[in-house]
Write a protein that binds this ligand. Structure first.
Ligand SMILES: [Zn+2]
Length: 428
């Protein structure tokens, strides 16, 4: 659910990759379309395998053109696109995966499973090598898979994209110069289309009440894609309730009642193959509490719960800025999600192994490390023990934050800065 960081200036210098095209143009290397590489992540607690499924050409690349390298350094995985003829790195992006989350559950010690996934990057003009890496337990990227891609290969599918009906909720400029947030409907029947659009408009208004999104509203485009479902609602396996829906969202992910996700990424990606998008929100038609967010993958959120606006903002914190959960006392399915001997890549938690790369520059002189969870320090940025599902050994920047509880609707200073950096990058 859950990025390194964007935070302190010195840390940015450490993890920022050199801009790739000094003096060169995006158009020299890319067509303006999007290349999609679908594959299966398979394996168990210890093993990861990659099995390619298909390559597709889609009409829009909506990411930023100016910088091809993701400066965040976030994600449990990273993929890079290298141009074969020049040897240049054209593109680099981090992401996380439900598969990697599953690897930390008890089930992964007993069996193997497969998770559908896709990687997206600008469609290259020349032959490239796609390299996929995973982060080892020490936080170091290791090679996982690579393949050569010839853009002239006639097995790259150039199908007409699925024509899903969509409504522009908010348009503030060109896709490549704005953050393109796209909602997709799940569990809404054709008769519930108007309700879906109303739900998206209501949640969009609530989302833009929260800083730093409020002050950056003009840098977002919001689109609602309507994918009708046969039945209204969502699967709740723990209560033996099943619904036939367009995107197969489900509660009880990894046996956690509130954890709402979908593994049907083929349906999700096909639904948005004809629209520009940077970030996807699967909006599920139910009043039940819950959601999920995976970095650079998706946010899933129920639409009708009174806490839905807060859940949406929290889960987008994971998927948009790679933020970690700052809570440490709720039930989760993970075991040893963060090795205590390694500095996690997420910007808003630390094991103190390498705190210099985190929010040290945001601490006021005199604030002790660790910082006591006492009223005296309730409003300051500190280093409070507890976070990342662990009461001991992992530290977070504030006593409360949108990434910790549903009490506050505000992000702490560290999370705010990470979100601002993500907005700045995607709206360059
Ligand atoms: Zn925070």
């Amino acid at each position: 659910m859950k990025c390194q960081l964007w935070l302190p200036v010195f840390a940015v210098i450490l993890c920022l990759q050199i801009p790739l095209f000094a003096g060169e143009k995006y158009n020299d290397h890319f067509t303006g379309d999007r290349l999609r590489f679908d594959f299966l992540f398979t394996g168990n607690k210890e093993e990861i395998h990659v099995f390619p499924v298909q390559l597709k050409m889609e009409p829009y690349w909506s990411g930023p053109e100016e910088i091809k390298a993701d400066p965040s350094g976030c994600g449990n995985f990273r993929y890079q696109v290298w141009e074969d003829s020049s040897g240049e790195l054209l593109f680099s992006r981090g992401f996380s995966s439900l598969f990697q989350e599953w690897q930390t559950t008890a089930e992964a010690a007993k069996m193997e499973r497969a998770f559908y996934q896709a990687l997206f990057f600008p469609f290259p003009k020349n032959e490239v090598t796609l390299k996929l890496e995973f982060r080892d337990k020490k936080g170091i990227f290791q090679p996982l898979y690579e393949t050569k891609i010839d853009p002239k290969n006639y097995f790259i599918l150039k199908e007409t994209p699925m024509e899903a009906e969509s409504l522009s909720i908010e348009k503030n400029g060109q896709a490549e110069k704005n953050v393109d947030l796209v909602f997709i409907a799940d569990g809404y029947t054709p008769e519930e289309k108007a309700k879906y659009y109303d739900d998206v408009k209501r949640l969009t208004e609530e989302f833009f009440k929260v800083e730093p999104y409020s002050q950056n509203r003009k840098r977002f485009n919001v689109t609602a894609v309507f994918t009708p479902s046969e039945e209204s609602g969502v699967d709740i396996p723990g209560e033996h309730l099943y619904k036939n829906t367009a995107l197969n969202s489900t509660y009880y992910t990894f046996n956690v009642a509130r954890y709402l996700t979908t593994s049907d990424m083929l349906s999700v990606y096909d639904a948005v193959s004809g629209v520009p998008w940077d970030f996807l929100v699967v909006l599920v038609n139910t009043e039940r509490y819950g959601g999920g967010g995976v970095f650079n993958q998706f946010t899933v959120c129920s639409s009708g719960n009174e806490l839905s606006p807060k859940v949406l903002v929290h889960e987008l914190g994971h998927s948009f800025a790679g933020l970690a959960d700052e809570y440490y006392s709720s039930e989760v399915a993970y075991e040893e999600f963060y090795p205590l001997g390694t500095e996690p890549w997420e910007p808003n938690i630390t094991t103190l192994v390498s705190f210099d790369t985190k929010w040290k520059d945001l601490l006021t002189a005199g604030v002790p490390i660790p910082t006591p969870r006492t009223p005296e320090y309730s409003k300051v940025t500190g280093v409070f023990e507890g976070g990342g599902y662990m009461a001991k050994g992992i530290f977070s920047p504030a006593q409360d934050c949108r990434m910790k509880s549903n009490v506050t609707n505000k992000f702490c200073a560290v999370c705010s800065a990470a979100i601002q950096n993500a907005i700045d990058w995607y709206s360059k």
